[in-house]
Design a protein around this ligand. Structure first.
Ligand code: SAH
Length: 398
């Protein structure tokens, strides 16, 4: 017996266009075995349009993993999808030079609710939805057979699991325990992933191509004075120093991030620690203080945490984006360049651009938009699924 979810009229349109989420309000009725966590998605005209994982009480009732009628997330189905995701990364990424990448990016790889990141010989998995709990063993075994990692570590310590009545979870899944942050390479630089306790799965892998873009701009600008705001473990700062920045001032509120930043800096012999200062404190306050002191920089990076986490926080979050961007505009030398980011999925590129325009106008700076910044190929975007483009940024010229 299968499970079928019948959609209300018209609600098949976004799904056919590629959106993988079926909200509870889009479903007219369920038919069949409600114990199952995979279902056929049926349009109001009776056509089977997709196969999806299901959770009975989540607002996102179902997540599409395939548009093939017979597709299943059983052992062979999981293996085939993992293999495809890994092969794609092998074809598209500079393996050998880079030893870290996101191997599986949830809905965008036809594996909703699953993240797999690789840092050298360590795999980190995040299980965001309930169907993965019963498929945990299949997943571990398949990853071991395909990649032979030294360690598989779980970082499912994320709040969104609560939507599917799951507790946060983290720890060793297979292989050798971890004793320290995991070293890996990217674009000739050495970084550390704090797999046990760091943000995300231990590192901001999604800024990979933006780190390269930054390095190119630093080379182009000569010897800029760089301000790296929301620095975390200072990977942008390390790129900037390596590419020839005159100085880097990095700001963050996290003491543990600073400790790891110092360790990471020491791994890169071409980065002179005397040129790097890392200050702990609230970025909004520090930037105001710099403005009072009339400090000036040639290149500023703003990579704040997600400032709009839900729709109800939209206005407040947009004001915060505007605040920091206004301050950056006021601290920028003529001829300088701003790298400004938003990782809020609810703020699209157009809206974020409008916020930057408003900040520049209020600062009375005539700026130019020079380039767009986004996600690297191991964090692909899915057509028809705008939420999959969560990271966006601009290079702004002064
Ligand atoms: N640019 C980093 C990632 C930044 S994540 C990288 O590429 O690795 C956002 C960072 O902002 C976190 O490290 C967090 O500690 C810091 N943060 C959040 N709120 C802050 C605040 N009000 N002041 C300073 N830092 C803050």
């Amino acid at each position: 017996m299968t499970l079928k979810l019948h959609l209300k009229p018209g609600r098949e349109i976004p799904i056919v266009r590629g959106h993988p989420w079926i909200m509870s309000g889009a479903i007219s009725r369920a038919e069949g075995n409600r114990q199952l966590d995979e279902a056929d998605i049926i349009a109001a005209n009776g056509t089977l349009i997709a196969r999806a994982t299901v959770h009975p009480s989540s607002d996102i009732r179902a997540r599409v993993f395939s548009i093939e009628p017979g597709a299943q997330l059983d052992a062979p189905g999981i293996k085939a999808r993992l293999q495809l995701a890994i092969e794609r990364r092998q074809n598209w990424l500079p393996w050998g030079l880079d030893t870290a990448a996101r191997l599986v990016s949830s809905e965008c790889d036809g594996l909703p609710g699953l993240i797999v990141d690789r840092y050298a010989d360590v795999l980190v998995v995040q299980l965001l939805t309930a169907p993965w709990e019963s498929r945990r063993d299949i997943l571990i075994e398949t990853l071991q057979n395909l990649l032979h990692p030294k360690t598989i570590w779980e970082r499912s310590d994320v709040d969104i699991r609560r939507h599917e009545e799951l507790e946060p979870r983290k720890g060793l899944l297979a292989g050798a325990p971890l004793s320290a942050p995991v070293p890996f390479q990217e674009n000739g630089l050495r970084f550390l992933a704090d797999v046990e306790n760091g943000h995300k799965t231990g590192f901001y892998l999604d800024q990979r191509t933006n780190r390269q873009t930054l390095s190119r701009w630093i080379g182009q600008l000569g010897k800029p004075r760089v301000l790296n705001v929301f620095a975390y473990t200072d990977s942008f700062g390390i790129c900037a120093l390596n590419a020839g920045a005159k100085s880097v001032l990095s700001l963050d509120s996290s003491t543990s991030a600073k400790e790891l930043a110092d360790q990471q800096l020491a791994l890169n012999p071409d980065c002179d620690p005397a040129k790097r200062d890392y200050r702990l404190g609230d970025a909004f306050e520090l930037l105001r203080q710099f403005r009072e002191e009339k400090a000036r920089f040639d290149l500023i990076i703003l990579d704040p945490p997600k400032l709009v986490s839900r729709k109800a926080k939209m206005q407040q979050g947009l004001r915060a984006y505007k605040d920091i961007n206004l301050l950056a505009c006021q601290l920028m030398n003529a001829g300088g360049v701003l790298f400004t980011y938003s990782c809020s999925g609810l703020v699209d590129r157009d809206l974020f651009g409008k916020v930057i325009e408003g900040a520049a106008r209020d600062a009375r700076r005539a700026v130019q938009f020079l380039d767009n910044l986004g996600q690297p190929p191991d964090h692909p975007r899915k057509p028809g699924f705008p939420e999959s483009e969560y990271l966006k940024g601009f290079v702004v010229g002064f």
